[in-house]
Design a protein around this ligand. Structure first.
Ligand code: FMN
Length: 258
């Protein structure tokens, strides 16, 4: 594998959940956001609210709330005499891609400057709450938080699937038991070696009549994510409603405007 400064920065990045009290200065923050802006975009459908004043998760000094923002461009369209005809499903699809690429550029820029970060994904389900807090206009959807600061913990990067479980040449392969088992082993052993879920006290409680058979000696990534996708958020309303409150109606065709 090739190594250089950029690749090594990306390979050592990991989510940080413990921060020092040191506040990043304005130049650091502006550099990170400016590097974020330079990500590829479909329509620059992203804006960011920076919070530094409140008590933030893991006592981080900074939190960026990453938003899909169609409000800003609709102001520009109005000046050009246009109204949006594209469905909100398309706008959200491209907006999420724009915003995610920008956020990840920020993560890597921060890492290169000695800062750590961690996303918090629950915002998408409570977007309307942040709408009030941040005085967001309609057509702005705050969907994820990114906390950031100087790390107060040291640990190695977390594992990823083996490359052969991710990169498929020309066509999707038959995923054999051997490939699946190897991928599960790499992930589970990697997280167990760090005591990841034990440290986070992150075991997901079992719903229904499934009996708990895991301890923190055996509970790891594949069981955790299976419990997550196997139990949570079955009703699309949980996302469609906050989206609608933010002015994005996903399951309706847009009326023709002149
Ligand atoms: C969209 C998204 C949402 C996330 N939400 C949370 C969260 O709510 N709480 C948390 O502790 N970590 C959260 N994470 C961090 C992941 O748990 C972490 O990226 C993953 O375990 C891989 O670990 P690494 O980033 O250290 O490689 C989130 C990451 C992403 C990309």
């Amino acid at each position: 594998m090739i190594h250089n400064e950029v690749i090594d920065t990306m390979l050592k990045r990991r989510s940080v959940r413990k921060y020092t009290d040191q506040k990043p200065d304005d130049e650091v923050i502006e550099t990170i956001v400016r590097a974020g802006q330079q990500a590829p975009f479909a329509g620059q459908l992203c804006s960011i609210i920076l919070t530094q004043k409140k008590k933030l998760p893991w006592r981080a000094p900074l939190m960026f709330t990453i938003c899909v923002d169609m409000h800003r461009f609709e102001l520009i369209m109005a000046k050009r005499g246009w109204k949006t005809k594209t469905s909100d499903l398309s706008i959200i699809l491209f907006g999420l891609q724009d915003a995610t690429l920008m956020a990840e550029n920020m993560v890597i820029a921060a890492e290169s400057l000695g800062l750590g970060s961690c996303f918090i994904g629950a915002a998408a389900y409570t977007a309307d709450r942040f709408q009030k807090t941040y005085k967001l206009p309609k057509r702005v959807y705050p969907f994820v938080h990114l906390v950031m600061g100087y790390p107060a913990e040291e640990f190695p990067p977390r594992p990823r699937y083996p490359l052969e479980f991710t990169l498929f040449e020309e066509q999707y392969p038959e995923l054999t038991d051997e490939l699946i088992d190897k991928a599960m082993q790499v992930m589970d052993e990697g997280y167990l070696a760090q005591g990841y879920y034990r440290n986070l006290k992150g075991k997901i409680h079992l719903e229904g009549d499934r009996k708990e058979t895991f301890t923190y000696d055996t509970y790891s990534w594949t069981e955790h994510i299976s419990r997550k996708w196997g139990q949570w958020n079955a009703d699309p309303k949980e996302l469609l409603e906050p989206l609608a409150k933010c002015g994005f109606v996903i399951n309706r065709k847009r009326r023709r405007s002149s």
